[in-house]
Design a protein around this ligand. Structure first.
Ligand code: FUC
Length: 759
């Protein structure tokens, strides 16, 4: 049974022509296997990704001279000799070698049709978000051609069904087509794998993962293999099944694993593959329903997504609400497609990558980007999509213990600003404003705590969250530097990835105790202490040590001009409109700065105004973060302006976020901003419609989650909550807030209950 309202209008990403670049494609995926569909008429290319296919081997990269130079670098920084400190840090703290190897494509699936070059009419390339099926359709020479694509999670295959029917009903139509895999320019082996299967295989660099991608073509015509092609002749229906694996996590022999997968998919057949896909996908996708359509507005599936976006660029209002809804639906679709039932979390491009030398190696950047990917997942009722991030984090812990020991002589674990398939925790790169930053592990550990706050899953708290949080804190116990005034400082460190000017005109990024570090550390300490003090994770002595640490972490400072200080001194930014706004961490995603704390709240507002006034938000993800800040500042119309700006300047025609180039964090970050405008639960109570833009005056949000184990259905009219139904995972007392009204409610476990604001 469908939930009311969900299927009224299919939610489509609609393209009117084939893609020109790989990232103009339709992204499909099941977390492990990704496909980007170009939709070309004759020479079709579908870019294939396997989430563990990275280049090169696992490497140990710690700088052997880090530890011996650490105190010297700190001394120089404390004496404000920034240039000398940076010079020494560059040589002694950066890794050997410097860069992570890239995440790379599994290859291109090519599909070619014989005699298929006549003019085309009625071309459409649609991604239906409510079914996770991508469709390419067109007419040629009196025949209607249709290709349906989806990636099955249950059966681990990409399925492409190609059909043709005569438009007049008179003519019998048949296709002759072939398919193969290639991997230009890194082709190692291609050919037959068994009598119905072809593919490509190899090892991705010396010591790298071994991979195998294989496909079969099944049709109602004649099927055969020639060279490294599978082909079908005289068919009116053909189904391509494709599977891909690496030996990173595969226990059985690759050929066997892939053949078994294809055998099973072939045996169950197309109908079962589709049925299972729809049922698995919809079980997650349909948990949430969102609408902000105003009276008289209609969902428009006639226009392409590009035309809808173009209307916003022309300053029209007509389709802004539809696109806002699409942004949230799309973010949920993308998250399910790249981060469910899999090993690796969403990387910079989710899991889609058509390049062997992708931007920033398409890795996991953990000084904002990966965290941004996951901000919205709990509230968007996709908690399990967080799991791949947690398993990567747990694999980072032993590596980070080694990094902590070798580079800083400290216990516990730490991670720097990038990680990869092998859960690397070393500093990455040499650009002075990014690698020297030890907060990656601590920030990610807070994601585990957030997961607990949303789910109240005590087992997860005890088995996963607290152990990782404790390891992160043990690092700081040894690593923090005691300044002469007794405060405990991180450092050498940076405020990601900004640079300052010293009063003497020197440029620097290396520093001690920047605001963001203090904010993350304070939140981690407070969270750990509130959850662990009555368990046996830490003995009294350790708890006392963490409590002392909490007192020593510098408080957030406000400068003379009323802005929050980004560094421990009132330095001027070299780039006042810098894309990172790290010193507002405590406003969002942190929750130290709330409207109850007026001084900091006002300072946060000023900080933001200054950044925006100097051109801030020029990358997609930065724009999305601005929108999140505005939601926390309860400025709904500015959230909407940020959504508009994102649509105007930072999305591609297929609505994928653009840095530029394509980077997925903005898609996920804007979903967080939309959800935070509608409900917030970080301040110890639940606030409804805290930042509602005027243009969203009526709407509904059904099936969203809040901290405290709460699921809720909300409707509003004329900007007033008209219906609120909530259910708690555990019996609890909660305060709900709407405007000035407060309602205290006692919620029984697992019972839907109505909350009435008497408006
Ligand atoms: C951080 C950002 C860049 C980019 C990269 C992947 O380094 O500063 O803008 O998003 O990550």
């Amino acid at each position: 049974m469908r939930k009311e309202g969900l299927m009224e209008n299919a939610k489509l990403i609609r393209m009117a022509k084939p893609a020109r670049r790989w990232d103009d494609g339709l992204p499909l995926g099941n977390g492990r296997l990704g496909a980007m569909v170009m939709g070309r008429v004759n020479d079709e290319t579908i870019f294939i990704n396997e989430e563990t296919l990275w280049y090169g081997p696992r490497r140990e990269r710690s700088n052997p001279n880090g530890r011996e130079n650490l105190e010297k670098i700190r001394e120089l920084l404390m004496k404000k000799q920034v240039e000398q400190a940076s010079f020494l840090a560059k040589m002694s703290l950066t890794s050997l070698p410097k860069y992570n190897n890239p995440y790379q494509p599994a290859g291109d699936l090519r599909i070619c049709f014989q005699g298929h070059s006549k003019p085309v009419q009625n071309y459409k390339r649609d991604l239906d978000l409510s079914s996770a099926v991508g469709v390419v359709e067109y007419d040629m020479d009196g025949v209607h051609y249709k290709r349906e694509h989806f990636v099955s999670s249950r059966y681990q295959v990409l399925v492409v069904r190609i059909t043709c029917v005569s438009l007049s009903g008179t003519k019998k139509c048949k296709m002759t087509l072939c398919a193969n895999m290639s991997r230009k320019p890194f082709e190692e082996n291609t050919g037959k794998i068994d009598k119905k299967t072809v593919g490509n295989w190899g090892q991705n660099g010396v010591g790298g993962v071994k991979y195998l991608t294989a496909l079969r073509m099944l049709s109602n015509g004649t099927n055969a293999l020639t060279g490294d092609f599978a082909h079908a002749s005289k068919a009116s229906e053909a189904v391509i099944l494709l599977a891909s694996r690496t030996d990173f996590a595969e226990k059985s022999e690759l050929g066997q694993a892939v053949t078994d997968t294809l055998n099973l998919a072939e045996k169950v057949g197309y109908d079962e593959l589709l049925k299972a896909h729809l049922s698995d996908y919809r079980a997650m996708y349909e948990r949430l329903d969102f609408s902000i359509m105003q009276q008289g507005e209609v969902w428009n599936n006639e226009l392409s997504t590009q035309q809808l976006i173009e209307s916003v660029r022309n300053d029209e209002q007509t389709h802004v609400n539809q696109l806002t809804m699409l942004l949230l639906y799309y973010a949920r679709y993308l998250m399910i497609s790249c981060s469910s039932n899999c090993l690796m979390p969403a990387n910079q491009q989710g899991m889609w990558n058509g390049s062997y030398e992708p931007p920033w190696q398409c890795q996991f950047t953990i000084n904002i980007n990966v965290q941004m990917n996951y901000w919205f997942v709990e509230k968007a009722n996709l908690a399990e999509c967080h799991n791949p991030l947690f398993s990567l984090l747990e694999r980072m812990v032993p590596n980070g213990q080694k990094t902590a020991r070798e580079l800083y002589g400290a216990g516990g674990f730490c991670a720097h600003h990038n990680t990869n398939l092998w859960a690397s925790t070393d500093p990455e790169g040499i650009f002075s404003a990014s690698p020297f930053w030890v907060m990656g592990g601590a920030w990610l550990a807070l994601h585990m705590y957030e997961h607990y706050l949303y789910t109240l899953d005590k087992e997860f708290l005890h088995e996963h969250a607290l152990p990782v949080m404790r390891e992160a804190l043990l690092f700081f116990k040894d690593y923090l530097h005691k300044a002469p005034d007794g405060s405990l400082l991180t450092g050498p460190c940076v405020s990601p990835e900004n640079t300052y000017l010293t009063p003497s005109g020197e440029q620097g990024s290396l520093t001690m105790g920047p605001a963001m570090d203090c904010m993350i550390l304070r939140q981690l300490l407070q969270s750990y202490l509130s959850a662990a003090s009555d368990t046996d994770f830490s003995d009294t002595q350790e708890i006392e040590c963490f409590e002392n640490m909490l007192m020593g972490v510098p408080k957030t400072q406000i400068g003379k001009d009323g802005r929050i200080l980004e560094w421990c001194e009132p330095f001027e930014e070299c780039e006042p409109g810098h894309r990172h706004i790290s010193h507002l961490y405590a406003l969002h995603p942190g929750h130290e700065i709330t409207k109850e704390n007026k001084e900091l709240f006002d300072a946060a507002k000023k900080t933001l105004e200054y950044r925006v006034g100097h051109g801030g938000g020029h990358t997609g993800w930065s724009r999305a973060w601005l929108a999140c800040f505005y939601a926390r500042l309860c400025e709904g119309d500015k959230v909407l302006s940020s959504v508009r700006e994102l649509l105007k300047s930072s999305v591609q025609d297929n609505l994928l976020d653009s840095h530029p180039p394509f980077q997925i964090d903005g898609n996920f970050g804007i979903a967080e901003a939309i959800m935070e405008s509608l409900a917030q639960s970080h301040g110890g109570y639940i606030e409804l419609l805290p930042a509602l833009p005027s243009a969203w005056e009526n709407g509904k949000l059904q099936g969203f989650c809040l901290r405290g184990g709460i699921t809720a259905n909300m409707q509003w009219e004329n900007k007033k909550v008209t219906r609120l139904l909530v259910k708690a995972a555990k019996e609890t007392c909660v305060t709900f807030k709407f405007g000035d009204k407060l309602v205290e409610a006692h919620l029984a476990q697992d019972v839907w209950q109505e909350i009435n604001f008497d408006i």
